[in-house]
Design a protein around this ligand. Structure first.
Ligand code: FAD
Length: 381
């Protein structure tokens, strides 16, 4: 039996930490007290949010209850947000004013919406996609405004996978409830769906056209009445949704941890910090030093079991494992009511079958982690 160590602290309830909690619940127990720090016990699963906007799911069906997972895993749950790390003193600071010391720290606390500074100068309501809990509240208010405002115009800025899905979901939500409302999707010069095959981008562009969702390829900044495009065009908007990519939490800069080029925690193949081996990070918050990984849930999910193994191995003084990403990742992009586009390398398949596949995968993922008791989140404002 390994000696009892100081506390293991899990910060954030992201996809990789769900795998850690699942491993602990299965009985893979460390000889250490384990705590989980999250600001919100209800984890909304991002992959199902566009389906919720379209009307396929209730919010409860897209939500994982971390309280129940933590209970099953024998983990102490602390409802608070990390606001700083002093990696040299092995200490985290919390929004509530407390500080916690750790022997081993694991970070899976996601990312923030990038590029809000440039859009913030607009006088129109701006909804960042993250945090998701705030987005879902503001989306409901936006939808009510769209219903009440003739010819309401929403601009979605950011044409990666999340922006595409949100633009289609908004269009279909408007079609059902806010007749006359329209959606424009704005991507930078990098174009539609950077990182996906040209055939996927072309298929999605055709679908956008078929649904009369205008797609603009130009960088946008906030302006009076909406946005100013780099082409000089002024784009009027009643509201703007920012799906402009991922930014690291600002407080990482003062943490003492080595950071990668994009400002996220620099980790090796075993997801340990390259500067502080007692700190691990997975999901959006980390940046591998050996391979460029897109900030996608699929990597947070797949790195999870490796992270779980490595945390227990580090506590027991055993060797860690590498997370080796597959050469190609499968993406299923929701593009409307029971319609999706499958993107896998150069393969592109659009239709109902990819949607039913995505629906099955997503529902199974949430169910596996114990979807929450129905009703409560639906009633929250
Ligand atoms: C609309 C949308 C659709 C998407 N669809 C897909 C998809 O289909 N496929 C795909 O691969 N990717 C998709 N993504 C990207 C995917 O959501 C992210 O890459 C993924 O969620 C990252 O997971 P994570 O584990 O890093 O953190 P997250 O899932 O973002 O979880 C972060 C956790 O940390 C907590 N937290 C946040 N701040 C703090 C703090 N200060 N202190 C403590 N805890 C904190 C949060 O409460 C949460 O529990 C989508 C993103 C969006 C926005």
């Amino acid at each position: 039996m390994p000696p009892r160590t100081g506390p293991l602290l899990l910060a954030g309830g992201g996809h990789a930490h769900l795998a850690v909690l699942a491993a602990l619940a299965r009985g893979e127990r460390p000889r250490a007290e384990v705590s989980l720090v999250v600001p919100d016990p209800l984890q909304i699963y991002s992959g199902m949010v566009p389906g919720w906007m379209t009307g396929h799911y209730t919010l409860d069906e897209c939500t994982i209850d971390l309280r129940e997972l933590a209970r099953r895993a024998g983990v102490r749950l602390m409802l608070d947000a990390v606001t700083g790390i002093d990696a040299n003193r092995r200490r985290i600071e919390l929004a509530g004013g407390d500080a916690l010391d750790y022997a081993l720290l694991s970070l899976d606390l996601g990312s923030q919406t990038a590029g809000l500074g440039a859009l913030g100068s607009s006088d129109r309501p701006l909804l960042p996609i993250r945090p998701l809990r705030e987005f879902v509240v503001h989306w409901r208010q936006l939808l009510a405004r769209a219903v009440a405002t003739p010819r309401f115009h929403l601009v979605v800025v950011g044409a990666g996978a999340a922006g595409v899905e949100v633009a289609f979901a908004a269009h279909h939500a408007f079609a059902a409830r806010a007749h006359g409302a329209s959606v424009t999707l704005v991507g930078s010069a990098a174009g539609l769906l950077p990182g996906h095959a040209p055939a996927v981008a072309r298929r999605v562009e055709t679908l956008l056209g078929e649904h009369r969702i205008r797609c603009v390829r130009a960088a946008a900044t906030g302006a009076s009445g909406g946005l100013l495009l780099e082409t000089g065009e002024r784009l009027a908007a009643d509201a703007i949704v920012a799906t402009t990519g991922a930014a690291p939490p600002a407080w990482l800069r003062g943490s003492g941890l080595a950071l990668g080029a994009a400002g996220f925690v620099a980790v090796g193949a075993d997801h340990a910090s390259v500067s502080h081996p007692e700190v691990f990070a997975a999901g959006d918050v980390c940046e591998r030093d050996d391979v460029l990984l897109p900030r996608a849930g699929v990597h947070a999910v797949r790195a999870g079991p490796v992270l779980a193994h490595n945390l227990l191995a580090r506590l027991a003084g055993k060797p860690t494992l590498r997370y080796t990403p597959r050469a190609r990742s499968l993406y299923l992009l929701a593009t409307g009511p029971r319609h999706a586009v499958l993107s896998w390398g150069s393969l592109c398949v659009a239709g109902r079958a990819p949607w039913y596949w995505k629906d099955r995968i997503d529902r199974r993922y949430v169910r596996r982690h114990g979807s929450r008791a129905p009703g409560t989140l639906e009633r929250t404002p």
